[in-house]
Structure formats: structure tokens, C-alpha cells
Design a protein around this ligand. Sequence first.
Ligand code: 5MM
Length: 477
Amino acid sequence: MSPPSLHETIHSLLAPGKGILAADESLPTLGRRFETHGIPSTAESRRAYRELLFSAPQMGDSISGVILFDETIRQRNSSDVPFATALARDGMVPGIKVDKGVVGLTNFAGETITEGLDGLRDRLTEYRSFGARFAKWRAVIHIGPTLPTEHAIRCNTHSLALYAALCQETGLVPIVEPETVMDGAHSLARCAEVTQSVLETVFSALVSQRVRLEHVLLKVNMVISGTDCPRKDEVSEVSHATRQCLLRAVPAAVPGILFLSGGQSDELATLRLAAICALPNLPWTISFSFGRALQESVMNAWKGNPANIPAAQAKLLQHAAANGRATLHPSKAIPEPLRPESSNSPPTSLLPKEPIVRPAEGLRWELGGILAQAGNFGAIHSKSEAHRFQSELLRIHPPEEIERMRLYVREKLPPGSRVGGAATRELERDFRRAADQLHDERYRQAGFGDVVKGLLLWVETTEERADENRLLKTLEI
Ligand code: 5MM
């Protein structure tokens, strides 16, 4: 039987609802990860761990391929079957990391170059004889006040292109991985700028090296702010910035884009993946090739103890399945509207102890509740302030009351309402009238324009968060 073509391999890797497990940690990386869980790193403990991963029951339901490390592709499972053969039998495509890791780029402090081109042609042939059908090479790009330099980007993308051409020549699908890492205090916008420029250079190098783009898979970071950036990204900010960056820099001829998790928590990585996959009009198949986001909880459950293997495998399956579902446009799987189940009981606690709103005055209680909080709403200028305020409200008031207030605002400001638009101006007038009725100087002085702006931001932010929580439930993580 002739070996599968590059096209067939890509087709298998991009199977709907599935992604890739990156289990290609080098000896130092896996050693470090084991150490944090108190697991000694030996050839046998690494073999046992990889067997735990690859033999998780039904893993092929959500994992299309597995990236192996050189040591692993030469190892066998407990039934004496080589890992690559066992994976293929279980319906997963075996792949291999072929780079030899990063070293400092001479004369460019803080920047790295990936090694491994010497002898690569022969190594690829050997890996192919072991059953590998695709390969992976990772270039690492660092963001700093003066980094990355154009030179570092060029050196790294040049190597990626040579590697990709050699893979295609040998009959292996190249996964091209330029990772702009999260380390640093940079903003999301800066990550977008660097990621875009790196991707533009990657594709220019691939084209110069005459690499066939339709037989390449891209593995890339999401666009997110640095780990030390004080401002935390919203999921929708990440998905939109990532989409824009990819649309600008990745040719539509590329069949698939796989996201790496890059040190994000498993939950966030899944949530952001789902949000990206839900965006319309992307010309590529989008999926995941996660290492840490799939394995962190597994290692934590295993801890090197054979008795923990079933629990550890259950973690892997749970996260793999959640990510698989995330690729299937899960936003469509959010059926329930945001309305609370019941909110008929007359809520009071949003009002001050001495009610400022009496039925005789004809004010809706929600309006009174908002007036009581006017100063707080007026102080909401960002999504993070809205989140903080929502947590504060939840600490003090029953959720159904807060929900009733949200529904009131939504009734007045339907989705799509803009600050300065007719609906926001009308609500502002409602507040002014209500404040006048109350004859209370505090309310008359409130800047109701700001209150309405804050309310709109509060409503949008809490709805977004509710959608995310519901999505996590749908994805079962
Ligand atoms: C699993 O980690 C891979 C190997 O890293 P080292 O060569 O440093 O040991 C790494 O290339 C991985 O495939 C990607 O970075 C994606 O993994 P994450 O953990 O970022 O999803």
C-alpha cells in the first residue's frame, strides 16, 4: 500500500472536532514539568507517561494526531508495540518534532535561533521509516522594548522555510510554528503587531523557498497580552485581534491553522479557541495543537503513581474533548436566552435601606435601584471595572435582583445601542425625571450621561461573561 499523500495526512489531521496533542517536550522541558509535580525524569518514567497519554481510551475521538519527541518515537508501549504504530492503529496520525531546540542568537541579546538543520534530510527519512507522517519545527520570538529585531525574525523564518521544504521533499507534512511568546509586560496590540510581522515574514520565506502552501500547516500563538501586562484581555478582544492578524498575514492557500496554548490556563485556552472558531468567514480550518493546556491537569492527577492513571487519562479526555467541541463553532450550541428562570418576587435590596423609591411615586424599582447605585455605574469606564462592580453586586445582592436590573437596562437599551444614540438619550432623560421626582440633591447632581455609559458597558460585559460561562459548561470543562 502506498504511503498517504501530504494531502491525505492534512485531511486526517484537520478532521472536524479534533486537534493535535503536542507531546514533544524535549528532555529538559519534560524534566522541568515532572519536577514541579515531584516526578523523577528517567527514560522509563517518560515512557510510562507517554503511554498513559497515548493509551487513554477513545482519545482518537478528539485527537487527530500526536507530536512525538525523538526519544518517544523510538520507544514502545507495554505490549512491545512502537508508539507510532500504536497511535496509527488507534486512528491518530503520528508526527515528530525535528528541531533541536533554541540557543541564543549571537550578537542579539535576548533573542534565539532554533537549531536542527544539519543532517535534517536524513533524520526526516528515518522518522518517516518509523511511521511519522508529519513534522514540527518551532521558532521562538521574544517581545521586548527593542525586540524582536528584524534580523532575528529573518533568521528564524529562513530556517522554518528550509525545514518545511525538506519535509515536503521527504513526504512529511510540515507544521510551521513561529511562536511569539507571552513573556513580558507588552500589550495585546503589541503582540498583534509582532505576530503579524512574524507571519508576513514566515510566508514570504516559505514562498521564496518554493514551499507549497497547500501542504503546510501553521501552528501559532493567539494574540494576547504579555504575562506581566497589568491589563487582562477579554476573550472577545483576543479572538478579534487574532482573527485580524491571521486574515492580514496568512494566505488562504494554507489549509489549517493550529493554535498553541503557550502557557495560558487550560480553561482560557479553550475559551479563546472557541471564540476564534466561532468567528465567521475564516478561510482555514482552525484547530488546536496544545501541549500544556492538555497536559497540565493530567500530570497533576498522575504524579507518577500508576494507581492514578485512570484519573489522569480522564483529565486528558475531558480537555481534549472540550477543545474538540470548541472547534465546532460552539456559540451555536448556546441555546438558552439570558433570562433568569423566575424573577417574580419583589426585590428590594438594590434599594437603600430607607427606600428612595415609593410605589406612589410610580417609579419602577429597577430604576430606583440603579439610581441608588448611580455613582458606581457612573464610575464604570472599562470592562475590568464592570467585572469588578458585578462581583461587588453579587457579593451584596441576590443574583436574580441583579438579573432583573440587567433586563430593565436591556429593555431600554437593546443590543446595538450606542452611547449618544436615541435609546441612551431616552434612558438618560428617565433618570433625570426620576431624580427630579425624588427631590434628592445627590441624584440631581449625578452625571447621568456617565451613568448610562457605565450601564451599557456593565450590561454588555456581564452578558459576555455569562456567555463565556455557559460556553464552558457546554464544553464540559
Ligand atoms: C510540548 O512542548 C513543545 C516542545 O517544547 P520544547 O522543545 O521547549 O521542549 C512545544 O514545541 C509545543 O509543541 C508548543 O510550544 C505548544 O505547546 P504549548 O504548551 O505552548 O501548547
